[in-house]
Design a protein around this ligand. Structure first.
Ligand SMILES: [Fe+2]
Ligand SMILES: [Zn+2]
Length: 392
């Protein structure tokens, strides 16, 4: 149910045995069950539902609850319930947005994911100097990560603690064994030609945690003088979509068979076992976990071991295919913010002194900020649909 300009108005209603049918000014109709309506009463007694203070208990409502009277006054739907004479009032905007199956209230999905491959073009980016003063730029930063899985932040500067300012802007920095911020440096002398830091194939980070890195931040302090160390990104959800389309059996297997990842560090053993592809309740790809460096012995059933290996090989072949990869050499003062459960990252080999700093913020807080910013933007009337990969 979409409407463009006119707010929804209740034109008429029809009470049926277990539900109420609302006819809107658009000509469309929505069915709401009596039980649903009564359960969603947000009067002073029932309590607001989005402040953690809902006092309504579902079991206190009879299963066959029905209205004793229904009316529309000042545009609002008013219901008096047969049970206890409780009075409920519903705002048409809220009701319309909460029509069953409505796309309006799907949380962070105010923007859809745009899957990409090597043809993406210019990387979506924001300017750090605009972030604090410009709500639209803040929203854009989050929106790019929601839509593309990543964004480039320009103009962050090369101060050592700049990454913490960025992290605190977009969420809460998660402290792990690596600390709050981790320095990615080669401990080599750049004058020695043999001092080469190898390439890293695209991967997701910290798959050995039951809650892996959420939003990854990489801040470039110094780039390698040899022009190496090029960042490579792969849309893991695009890769999964490719797998689903061309190798459905492999796809299905990798949503079902767990792969074990392990990391021994500082006297602790961190182990997580999850399928490489996680679907949400709609059956859509929600999370991708892929990192060959931390995989430990597969523990599949005997008859699934070889099929799982073959499926993994197919998945890796697609993930490592340059057709799915985009590349960019981070310049000093630039940072990359990416959703680690969507976008795989890797780098080309390099020689010399390269210094990146890495931190992570939790996904929930990052997306919570996005939702709040989206609401603010909608209320402020400056829209939220301007994300464009080609804008820099
Ligand atoms: Fe990594
Ligand atoms: Zn109530």
């Amino acid at each position: 149910m979409e409407y463009s300009d006119d707010p929804p108005v209740i034109r008429s209603y029809l009470a049926e045995r277990d539900s109420l049918i609302i006819e809107w000014n658009t000509g469309q109709a929505s069915r709401f069950h009596n039980l649903w309506l009564r359960d969603n009463c947000a009067c002073a007694r029932c309590g607001p539902h989005d402040r953690g203070s809902r006092h309504q208990l579902l079991l206190d409502i009879p299963e066959d609850i029905a209205p004793s009277s229904v009316s529309v006054r000042h545009g609002k739907l008013k219901v008096v319930w047969s049970h206890g004479g409780h009075r409920s009032e519903y705002d048409p905007l809220w009701l319309h947005a909460h029509s069953y199956g409505s796309s309006v209230v799907r949380g962070r999905s105010g923007l859809r994911k745009t899957l990409w491959d090597s043809a993406l073009g210019e990387w979506p980016s924001v300017r750090w100097d605009r972030i604090s003063s410009d709500r639209a730029e803040r929203h854009r930063l989050h929106a790019c990560v929601v839509e593309f899985g990543f964004v480039l932040v320009r103009g962050l500067g090369t101060e050592n603690d700049a990454i913490e300012r960025l992290g605190e802007e977009i969420g809460y920095i998660r402290e792990t064994h690596y600390g709050r911020v981790f320095d990615l440096v080669t401990r080599v002398r750049p004058t020695i030609l043999a001092d080469l830091a190898g390439s890293l194939p695209p991967h997701t980070d910290e798959v050995y945690r039951s809650v892996p890195t959420g939003i990854n931040i990489f801040h470039c302090i110094t780039s390698s003088p040899d022009g190496g160390g090029i960042s490579q990104l792969v849309d893991g959800h695009r890769v999964a979509a490719h797998l689903e389309e061309h190798h459905p059996d492999d796809f299905e297997l990798l949503t079902r068979v767990p792969v074990r990842h392990e990391r021994r560090i500082q006297g602790q053993v961190i182990i997580a076992e999850n399928p490489p592809i996680t679907l949400d309740f709609r059956g859509e790809v929600a999370e991708v976990r892929l990192n060959e460096r931390t995989m430990t012995a597969l523990r599949a059933d005997q008859d699934l071991m070889l099929p799982t290996y073959l499926a993994l090989r197919t998945f890796l072949r697609i993930a490592y295919d340059p057709i799915h990869r985009i590349e960019y050499l981070l310049k000093p003062g630039e940072a990359l913010v990416l959703d680690n459960l969507r976008v795989l990252h890797g780098r080309s080999a390099y020689k010399g002194a390269r210094h990146l700093r890495q931190a992570q913020v939790m996904r929930d807080e990052f997306f919570a900020k996005f939702t709040a910013l989206t609401e603010e933007m909608a209320a402020g009337g400056d829209g939220g649909h301007y994300v464009d990969a080609s804008t820099s």
